[in-house]
Design a protein. Sequence first.
Length: 325
Amino acid sequence: MRVVPAAIIASVVASAAAVLPTIASADEPRPAASSGWVATQSPGFYRFRLGDFRITVLSDGTAPRDLPKIMSNPDVVRASFVDAHQMLPVELSINAYLIDTGTKRILVDTGTGELFGSTSGDIVANLRAAGYVPADVDAILLTHIHGDHSGGLSVEGRPVFSRATVYIDRRDTAYWLSAEEEAKAPANRRTTFEQSHKTVDPYVKAERLKTFDGPTELFPGISSLSEYGHTPGMTGYMIESKGQRLLLWGDIIHATEAQFADPSITIDYDVDPREAAATRKRVLTDAATNAYLVGGAHLSFPGIGHVSAAGSGFKWVPAPYEARP
């Protein structure tokens, strides 16, 4: 039997003590359960590979919403949550996606920034936790202009992403940045017009906003797909590398429990509810038929999975968790 010298044992013990957390002894006091501490989750990011690309899903937090109160067919929506054993109001995930192609870092949506309160606004913190900083982002692709997608562009009137150029379908800027459209918009949209100027205008002034017109290849392996209805220019982004595909579809779904089964259900935030419903049916049909991965802005984090046909509707199939992507 080999005898390990005492000096080596002492060195190993000292090294372990330096990196391991202190374990409280049995007689040390524990904080009371009602001591007023606020629980937060661990950093919200999730990575996986798509061909040669590295995709990082970034959580911006959540937006609590009593969905039956703001969706069509409220009785059906409420029943779907009861059937799924989900409480209302539900906390809707707010997800954004960083695509690292190896040469460029492209962010799809930016979360809420300072607009939505204490349960969200975590994109920058989680970007840093994932090993990036805002200045690493070369381009930002907005699915649409709404506070939970474009709100993180600027804080206190200053751009958050100092190097990034913003890309968006021209129909959304023509609507949300238009004084004429704002003047004739219903009262429940006025806040969105105000927030749009607050967060998007700094990039317009810096000449770092570019618009495109419908389906467009923006970067190698990254193309826009028109998903109009929820907003005039809502856009999905198809990401493809080595034959693998991922559609980042923005706000096709808000209520997983209800809208997969019945795509005709709309939400008050839809600018054109009829077109939004038709777009949802078309996008879900294509995703189910062609079996590519999907990333949803409001599907429970990380919101990655597949769409499957189910009777007259569809169902959501979350992708298995990958511990070593």
